[in-house]
Design a protein around this ligand. Structure first.
Ligand SMILES: *[C@@H]1O[C@H](CO)[C@@H](O)[C@H](O)[C@H]1NC(C)=O
Ligand SMILES: *[C@@H]1O[C@H](CO)[C@@H](O)[C@H](O)[C@H]1NC(C)=O
Ligand SMILES: *[C@@H]1O[C@H](CO)[C@@H](O)[C@H](O)[C@H]1NC(C)=O
Ligand SMILES: *[C@@H]1O[C@H](CO)[C@@H](O)[C@H](O)[C@H]1NC(C)=O
Length: 229
């Protein structure tokens, strides 16, 4: 990339071409941003782990994913030195707060059959988040391998400097008819974090994409300066 950039500078390209190069770079960044939802990657890792042990696959449910994000968002700010999250959530919060905040249609509410939460000081890639944050002991492994579950949703959120929080919710609902999001599946847009089952990219919750966009902005300013001089 930097070689290409130097080469272009040498050849003294017109500002039109430099702008074109910038938009190309921007398109690549937006593309990788949209297609790197770590919550969906964690669902894939969960299903791979289950399949390898001959357990059935779980349906990736966006309504459940969004509520996992809402749930962990409500426990945020409390990651102990042992990476334990302290949640003081009531069962009613799902029907009264998290569901409505996601736009889950109330008549489609199902039963939540299990949950796993965890936190870390820093952002971890999906496979590490699975093995070092979420499924770390016999207890969480037995929650994962409970044959009652049919559906899964993953949410994660964090700040620039951490800590980061992850949540997995399980349900025994029927595929595509429980935790249905209103507005033809779009639901209500979330201000922070990522959740599984949706094609919506993460909202300011993932460190890497923020860093990439900052690099892009700096590069763009630099090129603008070059074209002015
Ligand atoms: C974190 O959890 C501890 C222990 O439950 C509690 O005393 C403290 O108030 C919590 N802090 C925040 C910011 O929620
Ligand atoms: C599986 O989950 C259901 C629903 O939460 C629970 O009642 C049951 O005890 C769990 N089974 C095992 C083996 O943990
Ligand atoms: C599934 O995950 C558990 C917990 O991280 C791990 O111990 C086990 O080796 C994994 N199994 C497979 C087949 O990947
Ligand atoms: C659920 O919906 C998805 C996406 O619309 C579809 O691909 C899938 O076949 C559906 N599954 C069932 C069991 O209806």
């Amino acid at each position: 990339m930097s070689f290409l950039f130097l080469h272009m500078m040498k050849n003294n390209l017109s500002s039109y071409e430099l702008h074109f190069f910038c938009y190309l770079l921007f398109a690549v960044l937006v593309f990788s941003h949209n297609h790197g939802n770590p919550a969906n990657e964690i669902v894939d890792i969960i299903n791979k782990n289950l399949t390898d042990q001959k357990f059935p696959n779980l349906n990736n449910n966006p309504g459940l994913g969004c509520m996992a994000l809402q749930y962990i968002e409500s426990c945020k700010g409390n990651c102990t030195d042992n990476n334990v999250v302290n949640c003081k959530t009531l069962d009613d919060d799902f029907t009264e707060v998290f569901g409505p905040n996601c736009g889950v249609e109330l008549p489609t509410f199902g039963t939540i059959t299990g949950h796993i939460v965890g936190c870390q000081r820093k952002y971890l890639e999906p496979s590490l988040a699975f093995s070092q944050v979420l499924v770390v002991d016999k207890k969480s492994l037995s929650v994962l391998r409970n044959k009652t579950h049919t559906e899964v949703g993953v949410g994660l959120v964090g700040h620039h400097k951490g800590p980061f929080f992850w949540c997995v919710l399980f349900s025994n609902g029927k595929t595509n008819s429980t935790f249905v999001l209103e507005n033809r599946g779009a639901g209500i847009e979330q201000k922070k974090g990522c959740y599984s089952g949706s094609s919506i990219p993460c909202s300011g919750g993932k460190k890497n994409s923020v860093v990439l966009l900052n690099i892009f902005s700096m590069c763009y300013v630099f090129i603008l300066l070059l074209t002015i001089m």
